[in-house]
Write a protein that binds this ligand. Sequence first.
Ligand code: SF4
Length: 225
Amino acid sequence: MDHVKSNLKILSAIEKLTIPLNPPVRSFEKSIRSTPLRILISVLLSSRTKDAVTMGASERLFTAADTPEKILSLGEEKISQLIYPVGFFKQKAKNILKIAEYLAETGNEVPSDMDKLISLPGVGRKTANLVRSLAFGIPSISVDIHVFRISKRLGWASGDKPEIVEEELRELFPESSWNNVNQTLVGFGQTICKPVNPSCDLCTISDKCNYFQELNILSEKNDKS
Ligand code: SF4
């Protein structure tokens, strides 16, 4: 149980460090927290796209059409225009149309069930976990590139696939904190613990970081040689 407490302490230290920096993930999640449909489509749009671009695309699409039927009536071409310039906008427009079609046929309700969510086009575990967390409050850990990288740096996970890292993180945190793990680590990755040249000099948890310790050992070795 001690390790759980210590992981929660680290998570809270990361939160304290990053909230004042206002990471884009916070305004993004705030902006899409409306209906499960908007959350699902916005999370889908966000893949390989900056949060500010996703927010604009989501706003344009949902101003034009906020129900599966209305999205269906827009058609693929119009959806593409509205969501441009999100990454892979053409493929995403196709997927959005298929999802709208499925929802219109099944009563308009976005499913909260993991298997049903991942059966939708373009929806993998990462998206499904975020939708379950943001739209339904179901304890879930969505592992994106930030969560994956930082979990490895901190020595929280060693798996080479996001689903393995997700399993490892679920073991390290109590269920009540799962929904906080993604937002906290994504915000940390956007502001301090960046993929390249992380700002370790600003980091208050460097004494808990394997990556930082290894860097120090390496530079000590270089100094001696
Ligand atoms: S010390 Fe550097 S690499 Fe480690 S968690 Fe902090 S910012 Fe990330």
